[in-house]
Design a binder for this molecule. Structure first.
Ligand code: CAA
Length: 258
C-alpha cells in the first residue's frame, strides 16, 4: 500500500506485513505513525484474501515507545482535544489474527503496541520494558490494563513501577510472548506461523478471537453463553459444511472463508 510516511506495507500470499519504518528513531511512535498503522490494519482486516496481519519494525528494534520529542510539550487540555488515544482504541476492533514479530527494544508505547497483537514471536535478545514511570508519567495506551490481565497484578506492578528490562525468556515464562527464535529467523518463523493460520477456516479464527477476547473481560458464565452463540453461528457457514464433509470423505478441506 502506498502513501504512508512512517510505515511500509507488503503482501506475501495471504499475509499482510506492516513494518514500522522510523529505524533511526528506533521506530518511536509519533501520532501520525500510530494512525497509519491502524489505518493499514483496518484496510487489511476488510480485504477478503488477507488471512493474517504481521506487525514488525525495521532496523534493530521493534519500537522504543512513544515519540518523547512530540509528547514533551503536551498538557491535559491538548491531550483531551487531540483525543490522544482514540487511534489506539481501534486496535481492539481488528478481527483477523495479528502476529507481532519483535526484536531489540520493545518499550513503553512499543510494548503497548506489541500487546495489541494476538501472537508475539520475539527474536532472542529482545528486551521489553515500561519505562514511563522513569519519565514522570505512566502508560496511557492500555499498558497497565493489558499487562495486568496477561501476567497478573503483582508482576504488572513490579514491572511498571521499576521500569526494569524484561528479557525474552522472562516474557515467555510469563505468557507475554508465544515463542523465541534466532534473530535471523524472525520473519521466516513468523511467516511460517501466518501461513499455518492461512490454511484454517477464517471464520473460525475470527470467532475464536472474538470469544477469547470476551473471556478476558466477561465472568465465566456470561463468557460461555457468548461462546455458544459464536459456535452456533459457525453452523451457518459453508466452511463448517466443507470441513465436516472433507473429514467424512477423508480428503483435505477447501475453505472459502464463507
Ligand atoms: N522518542 C523519541 N526519540 C527516541 C525514542 C523515543 N521514545 N527512543 C529513541 N529515540 C531516538 C534517540 O533520541 C536517538 O535519536 P538521535 O540519534 O537523534 O539522538 C535515536 O532514537 C537512537 O537512540 P539512542 O541513541 O538513545 O540509542 P541507544 O541504543 O543508545 O538507546 C534506548 C536505546 C535505550 C531505547 C534509548 O533510546 C531510550 O531509552 N529511549 C527512550 C525509551 C523510552 O523511554 N520509551 C518510552 C516512551 S514514553 C511512552 O511510550 C508513553 C506511552 O505509553 C504512550
Amino acid at each position: 500500500m502506498n502513501g504512508f510516511e512512517f510505515i511500509e506495507t507488503t503482501l506475501t500470499g495471504n499475509t499482510a506485513v506492516i513494518e514500522l519504518n522510523r529505524p533511526r528513531q528506533l521506530n518511536s511512535l509519533n501520532r501520525k505513525m500510530v494512525s497509519e498503522i491502524i489505518t493499514a490494519m483496518e484496510k487489511f482486516d476488510r480485504e477478503e484474501d488477507i488471512r493474517a496481519i504481521v506487525l514488525t519494525g525495521r532496523g534493530r528494534s521493534f519500537s522504543a515507545g512513544a515519540d518523547i520529542d512530540e509528547m514533551m510539550g503536551d498538557d491535559p487540555i491538548s491531550l483531551e482535544l487531540l483525543n490522544q488515544f482514540a487511534d489506539w482504541d481501534r486496535f481492539s476492533l481488528i478481527k483477523k489474527p495479528i502476529i507481532g514479530a519483535v526484536k531489540g527494544f520493545v518499550l513503553g508505547g512499543g510494548f503497548e503496541l506489541a500487546l495489541c497483537c494476538d501472537i508475539l514471536i520475539a527474536a532472542s535478545g529482545t528486551e521489553f520494558s515500561f519505562p514511563e514511570a522513569g519519565l514522570g508519567v505512566m502508560p496511557g495506551a492500555g499498558g497497565t490494563q493489558r499487562l495486568t490481565k496477561l501476567v497478573g497484578r503483582t508482576k504488572a506492578l513490579e514491572w511498571l513501577w521499576t521500569g526494569e528490562r524484561i528479557s525474552a525468556e522472562t516474557a515467555l515464562k510469563h505468557g507475554v510472548i508465544n515463542k523465541i527464535v534466532a534473530p535471523e529467523l524472525l520473519m521466516e518463523e513468523t511467516m511460517k506461523f501466518a501461513n499455518r493460520l492461512a490454511t484454517q477456516p477464517p471464520l473460525s479464527l475470527r470467532l475464536i478471537k472474538d470469544s477469547v477476547n470476551k473471556a478476558v473481560d466477561y465472568p465465566l458464565y456470561e463468557g460461555m453463553q457468548y461462546e455458544r452463540k459464536n459456535f452456533y453461528l459457525l453452523f451457518a457457514s459453508q466452511d463448517q459444511k466443507e470441513g465436516m464433509k472433507a473429514f467424512v470423505e477423508k480428503r483435505k478441506p477447501d475453505y472459502t472463508g464463507k
